[in-house]
Design a protein around this ligand. Structure first.
Ligand SMILES: Cc1cc2nc3c(=O)[nH]c(=O)nc-3n(C[C@H](O)[C@H](O)[C@H](O)COP(=O)(O)O)c2cc1C
Length: 387
């Protein structure tokens, strides 16, 4: 609900993705925003203005509506709004914005809007990559207007490429993340580590990074600044995180200790290797078909190191992955001290959307393992940290 109280003017233009604009409107409302709509004449051929009027519970500013309602909608609507987002924005409307022409409602509002402006271009990928469209986008960027990058994928015209309207939830996330004040900082480790054996081989694990990304997203949404120290992973980190990429446990340890002072909470979500090869071979180890012995040594214990340096303002959240006696083993780890919240999960969870987990904290040590989504888990961690 971080868009609570925000007044958002939604500009809809004539592109096939206009059918997704009502969904975006609903999501913005669900997150607490009040929304009004302006449409180009072309947009009304794709989705009727009645839909937007009904959903926003307010008259839609269109060329025809302007004639029989208040004459100054092109000034009143942008003046009312905190944010003006044009989604989808056609190549034609983009050109109007870049040239400063105001021949219809959406571009008139664009000219009259003094507050924050966002543009979500959506079109065929050849159109999107054309020099004119790219120049116009660059012009808008140079004015400080936020461009939501289109997604890459299967386009409505049947072709593949960049230009796809992003998921409305993702657009709402971007808006929500950008309005947050971010006075608190989360330091989170995500993904897996890689411990080199030789230039081409390494020891690693199956962590996908999905849980860490869900936690990072939840804190961003909750208005926190997020510094993510990421090992290799498949999950996509929100752009609003400050991402620091590492490979080995030693590198992750170094970065985490360097950043620890800035953090109000540290979430240890990465699956860090406990051991690494004692020697990294300078050349590829030959395949002699003779069983080789790999001598291992311990990696730095990042959790213990952060507990050692923990300040009174910091909370430490750790994850314990157990394959047997999960709760019993986790309780022992929790009783060891220094951890504020311990999330116990099972190996069944790798790469999956639903996980089996329990949360131990000072207030709840009799937790039971149960299944839930990674988003639910993330939200419980967030609530726990803020308790
Ligand atoms: C079926 C159809 C789909 C279209 N989809 C898009 C689109 O996705 N993006 C775009 O920039 N133009 C698209 N166009 C072209 C625009 O509708 C056209 O440029 C129009 O002038 C845009 O006007 P407006 O910006 O005033 O709404 C499409 C046209 C048709 C007929």
């Amino acid at each position: 609900m971080n868009l609570h109280g925000k007044k958002i003017l939604l500009g809809v233009t004539g592109g096939i993705a206009a059918y997704k604009a009502p969904e975006l409107l609903r999501i913005l409302q669900k997150r607490g925003a009040e929304v009004r709509v302006a449409m180009t004449a072309e947009a009304t051929k794709f989705v009727g203005q009645t839909t937007f009027a009904a959903l926003s519970n307010f008259p839609v500013y269109t060329e025809t509506a302007a004639a029989d309602s208040k004459p100054f909608q092109h000034i009143d609507y942008p003046r009312w709004a905190d944010i003006y987002i044009i989604a989808p924005c056609s190549a034609t409307s983009l050109a109007r914005f870049a040239c400063g022409t105001g021949e219809e409602p959406v571009s008139l509002c664009f000219l009259a809007m003094q507050g924050e402006k966002w543009v979500v271009p959506a079109m065929n990928s050849v159109m999107f990559n054309s020099p004119a469209v790219q120049r116009n986008l660059q012009t808008l960027r140079s004015w400080g207007i936020k461009i939501v990058e289109p997604a890459v994928g299967h386009l409505a015209c049947g072709e593949e490429g960049a230009g796809k309207f992003p998921e409305p939830e993702d657009i709402a996330d971007e808006l929500e993340f950008s309005v947050a004040k971010r006075s608190k900082t989360l330091l989170i480790t995500i993904g897996r580590t890689q411990e080199s054996i030789d230039p081409v081989r390494y020891i690693s694990n199956r962590s996908s990074g999905k849980t860490g990304v869900a936690v990072a997203r939840e804190f961003l949404r909750g208005g926190w600044r997020v510094i993510a120290v990421c090992g290799p992973m498949e999950a996509e980190l929100p752009k609003q995180c400050e991402k620091i990429e590492v490979k080995s446990a030693a590198d992750m340890n170094k970065v985490v200790l360097k950043m620890q002072k800035q953090a109000n909470a540290i979430v240890h979500c990465a699956a860090v290797a406990d051991y690494r090869p004692k020697q990294i071979a300078a050349q590829k180890v030959k395949n002699s078909r003779v069983m080789q012995k790999l001598e291992l040594e311990e990696t730095p214990n990042i959790l213990k190191n952060t507990i050692k340096n923990k300040t009174s303002k910091q909370k430490i959240i750790s994850f314990a992955l157990e394959t047997e006696n999960a709760l019993q083993n986790a309780k022992k780890k929790f009783e060891g001290g220094g951890i504020d919240i311990l999330v116990v999960n099972t190996a069944d969870n790798f790469g999956k959307d639903k996980v089996e987990y329990a949360i131990l904290s000072k207030n709840s040590q009799s937790a039971k393992l149960a299944h839930g989504s990674k988003e639910e888990l993330a939200s419980r961690v967030f609530v726990g940290v803020n308790a």
